[in-house]
Ligand binder design. Structure first.
Ligand code: PHE
Length: 457
């Protein structure tokens, strides 16, 4: 008795849904964050724990989100409201939809700023600035660090880049699901995979250190693993799969009835993980070949890698490809962050896609100014000892996403009757469905509560 809204558009095929959702999942989290947290946390054992989290928390909650979206057939806010009303559940559960939309707005406001860094680094690579920096008088590390901090200290540049990133997202989302989203992911996603393969091949065939990269990422040394690292892995599973903030609900609302949610979710999670692992395999051999340090932290791809790009033959092209790859990933994630609120405004207020995208996008653009300026003119504004950019990042990754995911797991696992989820997943009442429901009820919420509590302490 799924309620489908006939006027609501649908993805033209399962493949396009999987591409779009993978586009949302694959982003800065995979290319920027995953390699550096792997590096900081000692490699192999951390990767193993991360994989475990993807399977035990990521996939079940991803399925639950898509399920809410398709069953509700509208924006996260309206889907949650509709299901809550249909099930006669407490009105408070409507928060599952609201929270997602609010979180997606906050996340996009700073995500767009980082997207801007990726975009300008394409130019830095092409114009030979990495080579210039490593061959100058200064020590290469200091020179590249200077380049990065110089960018952060340039408010006009950051604002311009933030504006560019938001404008691209608005242009894609404004065109609608089929004309905008589908067309974009059709071109961007194959491009992204292709560039990634080129980069991995480059690392494999030219650095002579591929074995060390493999070893670093896959040889598990549990003595290097801290409890803290486990929690970081857990939190990152959320961010990387884009769960906990309604993006997957919005994309799920366009999912045709016949498509299997479980199979799609497995495929999305597998692709997302593959891209994260391959990014590591593209990056670490370079790190070893150029005597850089894997545990260098957030600067790994903006400071460390350009040292390698600056020294290697053809580094301008390989470096540019790398940052094109990063930008594509960031853009296909950015559009999925804009979609929940745009979908809501078009349905609820009857706005056209263009108006809704312009309105929400404009608002997020305004909010993002705070992040863009937080490294320069507004660096004095601090809350909880963080500048505004770090504050938004910290609040969303540590509080909003885990909380959103926790509520989703509880709502679908405990409030929604078994028959409803069984029906919407189009599964047989066998071992697969039962394991999913068991994990969603008893395993994921506890693990997520762990991350959440950790964020509090
Ligand atoms: N999953 C994206 C990444 O890895 C980030 C994201 C989070 C996108 C939540 C949408 C929603 O970069």
């Amino acid at each position: 008795m799924a309620s489908t809204n006939p006027a609501h558009p649908h993805w033209s095929s399962r493949l396009l849904f999987v591409l779009a959702a993978t586009g949302s999942a694959v982003g800065l989290g995979n290319v920027w964050k995953f390699p550096y947290i792997t590096g900081e946390n000692g490699g192999g054992a951390f990767v193993l724990v991360y994989l475990f989290c993807i399977v035990l928390i990521g996939v079940p909650i991803l399925m639950a989100e898509v399920l809410i979206g398709r069953r509700g057939g509208s924006s996260p806010i309206r889907s949650a409201r509709r299901l809550v009303d249909q099930l006669g559940a407490k009105r408070g559960w409507r928060i599952v939809g609201w929270m997602g939309v609010i979180s997606s707005i906050i996340v996009l406001s700073f995500y767009s700023v980082v997207t801007g860094w990726a975009l300008i680094y394409i130019w830095y690579a092409l114009s030979g600035r990495f080579t210039e920096a490593v061959s100058g008088d200064a020590e290469p590390g200091a020179a590249l660090e200077g380049m990065f901090s110089g960018l952060l200290a340039d408010p006009a540049m950051l604002l311009g880049l933030h504006t560019l990133a938001m404008a691209i997202a608005i242009l894609i989302i404004g065109r609608g699901v089929r004309e905008g989203l589908e067309r974009a992911v059709r071109v961007l996603m194959p491009g992204l995979f292709l560039i990634l393969l080129i980069l991995v091949a480059y690392a494999a065939f030219t650095t002579g250190r591929f074995g060390e990269g493999l070893d670093f990422m896959f040889r598990a040394d549990f003595s290097a693993l801290s409890w803290n690292a486990v929690l970081i892995a857990l939190g990152h599973a959320f961010f990387s799969l884009s769960i906990g903030l309604g993006a997957m609900m919005a994309y799920g609302s366009y999912l045709p009835q016949r498509v299997s949610i479980a199979r799609s979710a497995l495929l999305i999670a597998a692709l997302d993980t593959l891209v994260a692992l391959l990014s590591g395999l593209a990056i670490f051999p370079l790190v070893f070949a150029y005597d850089l340090i894997p545990s260098q932290g957030p600067g790994l791809i903006f400071i460390t890698l350009p040292i390698a790009f600056g020294q290697m033959p053809g580094g301008a092209v390989i470096g540019a490809l790398f940052f094109v790859f990063l930008s594509l990933g960031a853009l296909t994630s950015g559009i999925s962050l804009l979609e929940p609120s745009v979908e809501h405004l078009t349905e609820q207020k009857g706005l056209t896609r263009w108006k809704a995208a312009g309105l929400v996008g404009g608002f997020i653009w305004l909010l993002g100014i705070a992040s863009a300026l937080s490294f320069s003119s507004w660096s004095g504004i601090k809350l909880l000892d963080r500048n505004l950019f770090d504050l938004f990042d910290y609040l969303s990754s540590n509080y909003l996403l885990p909380l959103g995911g926790l509520l989703t797991a509880l709502f679908v696992g405990w409030v929604m009757p078994r028959a409803d989820s069984l029906d919407e997943l189009r599964m047989k009442d066998g071992i697969a469905y039962r394991s999913w429901r068991f994990v969603l009820r008893y395993v994921s919420p506890w693990l997520v509560a762990g991350v959440f509590l950790y964020g509090l302490i």
